[in-house]
Design a protein. Sequence first.
Lengths: 192, 275
Amino acid sequence: MIADLVVIGGSAGSLKVVLEVLPKLNEHLQVTIVIVFHRKAAPNSEMLTDLLDAKSPLAVKEAEDKEKILPGQIYIAPAGYHLFLERDYSFSLDSSEKINFSRPSIDLTFITAADVFNSRMIGILLSGANSDGVKGLQTIRDKGGFSIAQEPVTAEVSYMPAKAISQNAVDLIASPSEIATIINGCTPSHNL
Amino acid sequence: MDSQTISDEDVEVLLLDLHSKHGYDFLDYSRASMKRRLNRLVVMDKFPSFAEMRYRLINDEFYLRRFIEEITVNVTEMFRDPEFFKYLRLNIIPTLGTYPFIRIWIAGCASGEEAYSIAILLKEANLLEKSIIYATDLNPRVLERAKSGIFPMKYIKQYSENYLASGGYEDFSSYYSAKYDVVIFNESLRRKIVFSTHNLVSDSSFNSFQLILCRNVLIYFNTHLQSRVFDLMDRSLDNLGYLALGTKETLRFAGISAKYKQVDPKAKIWRKHDS
């Protein structure tokens, strides 16, 4: 599949899935991966990034304000901020109201990503007990991107992916190992 | 955020209108955040189309005030990031105490929660009487709220938890009186804070300070505007003064960074060392 960006959103039970997917990724991937987890702002939030980085053949870092978005890099949304993608292929942070009781909100990252990458992207919604991300997945699909929900029976908390499926926001339902295969099959559009 | 009535092109049109008709310059604001807030406002105020919003904005001075309030982010809380306030309390405030008179600027204060938090820190260090806190924002409407010192009761539980986590040891409720569903902060705190409009984009330096707080403001600006604001901060800061930024903001890439030293790798506070 041609894609320059994969955005992944997850809430309760999603860290386990990401920890299963990351080690399976091809180290030469040219796609950018952005992951939004619902989590509490904690003083040592770099622990999560370090954990993921240790498990991943691709470099993992927390996205910084105004940082350029690079291929082959995995970015994690910082706790306590919404993460937006800008038209000049940079990130910006935002500390406005919580959306769906969440900051970062998966919806907001997905929607701003779809604004920039349109059909050149994949959105993936994982396990969770919240409906954040459903609208974002729908937007990605509406703009021609490819949308995936984690197969609810494989999710620790099936509410979030099941909701996306019931809202007709999903092109494909996939297990964690299928998700890894799809990401590994991404080739860049050379449109950046 | 829901519908996307406002397109990227519409955002540019509105920002140009605001600048040419009303003198508000948002042209160097980050676009994704601005677009989201415009789309949110279209829904909230039930505009049938972009054109109607644009018309209202050009022709209705009263609506302009609401518009400015809603497209800027005014989310704040007392003792937000308690670790930051703990650091101020233990390491910065005592140094400020050595000055005969303390001037602090809170740039982008929104509804003033941070200004009251700083006033409480100063009071507990017995420094409030020789201090003055300038708290500024471009938004006249939020400043009115800030000036009143009145905050919704529903946030107070969170604020007092933050206060305790930041090393506060007094009874937090001694700083306000409660009335129905609001609290009003004590006059003794309020009278040391000067609330005033100031636009970081277009207004210049108006005093010199020993401590400037500008937290979670720069993230809404592009890098060009960020660097202009850093210059403004630098012009407004005494030598050996402190500049405090938000948890995810940094001075590292700023033009002025050469004469600033981060006081602690974990704290977003830099000290000016003019040669």
